[in-house]
Write a protein that binds this ligand. Structure first.
Ligand code: NAP
Length: 295
């Protein structure tokens, strides 16, 4: 199958950048977004705009889905004018949204019943990775579909690790975001202690990054904390969504995750204070306020 026309559904932080990247890579791109006005910038960049996800699927060889959460995927795929209604034998759907393994399986099964297929393909690499085409894909589904979708995957990312059957990649993505939760909250808590004691953020990050517990993640988020830059790469609202999905999966499997359950409450407190739309690093503001520190 030659992939010529690619649809992108969901033009938020990630989807809009993926759509631009696909245009740059020479695909014929069509887009759809729930809030239609957000598609205008992509129209100016050369994309066609579909009125519904069904129309998008009907016009394209492949649709890349990149929407917020499970209710958004329900609407996008299973709505009366959804992707499923526009699918047909040979059509492929690439699901890059972070959702539950169960919904991912239901999506693939529904498409397979119509002779089409879905590959679950959650990503990591955030806003910059989407912009530069350096995302890491975790994939789950049929091997032949993984191979058929390589032209699109390689346009958007630098690496794809096939995790197994449908559901495995969504599970892996939730594990990754649990890890980010622990790392980021631990980093922010520790910096808050140091700041209250009189250490500078720069000194603390310099020691951490020279140590055996260093991580590129701490460079990225350490600079943001130092500069008080909370511009959204990945929102607190969406991380809390993923923490809840991971805890639901853990409950289904009978796995206790006491650390993640506690972390979620810290990020939830950030939402309560109105920081839900800000970058996940804004969680530091909650910890600082609780410690009586001024920004
Ligand atoms: N940002 C990251 O660093 C990152 C990294 C890896 C994975 N992800 C995952 O990628 C997905 C998109 O993330 P993002 O950061 O691009 O999110 P975002 O900027 O908040 O954009 C969310 C998108 O979902 C759409 N949407 C929300 N609810 C919907 C509904 N009920 N029906 C249809 N569309 C709906 C929004 O449409 P409107 O414009 O109409 O609101 C928008 O296009 C999420 O699953 C996220 O967890 C994000």
């Amino acid at each position: 199958m030659t992939i010529r026309k690619v649809g992108v559904a969901g033009l938020g932080i990630m989807g809009a950048r993926m759509a631009r990247r696909l245009i740059e890579k020479g695909f014929e791109v069509m887009v759809w977004n729930r809030t239609a006005a957000r598609a205008e910038a992509l129209r100016s960049a050369g994309a066609a705009v579909a009125a519904t996800p069904r129309a998008l699927a009907e016009a394209c060889d492949v649709v890349v889905g990149c929407v917020a959460d499970p209710p958004a995927v329900e609407r996008l795929v299973f709505g009366a004018d959804g992707v499923l209604a526009g699918s047909r034998p040979g059509f492929l759907y690439l699901e890059t949204s972070t959702i539950s393994p169960a919904l991912s399986k239901r999506t693939a099964e529904a498409l397979r019943e119509k002779g089409a297929d879905a590959l679950e393909a959650p990503v990591t690499g955030s806003k910059i990775g989407a912009e530069k085409g350096t995302l890491l894909f975790m994939t789950g589904g049929r091997q032949e579909t993984f191979h058929a979708l390589q032209p699109v995957i390689q346009a958007l990312g630098t690496k794809a690790i096939h995790c197994g059957d449908t559901g495995m990649a969504s599970t892996m993505k939730l594990i990754g975001n649990a890890m980010i939760s622990y790392m980021l909250e631990g980093f922010c808590e520790s910096l808050t202690l140091g700041r209250k004691a009189g250490l500078s953020v720069e000194t603390m990050v310099a020691v951490i990054q020279a140590s055996g517990y260093a991580s590129p993640y701490y460079d990225f988020k350490g600079v943001a904390i130092k500069n008080r830059d909370f511009d959204t790469h990945f929102s607190i609202d969406l991380l809390v969504k993923d923490q809840a999905l991971a805890l639901e999966e853990a409950r289904n499997l009978g796995v206790p995750m006491p650390g993640l359950a506690a972390m979620r409450e810290v990020f939830q407190a950030a939402r309560g204070r109105g920081f839900g739309h800000e970058d996940i690093v804004a969680v530091v503001k909650v910890l600082e306020a609780n410690a009586g520190l001024k920004a």
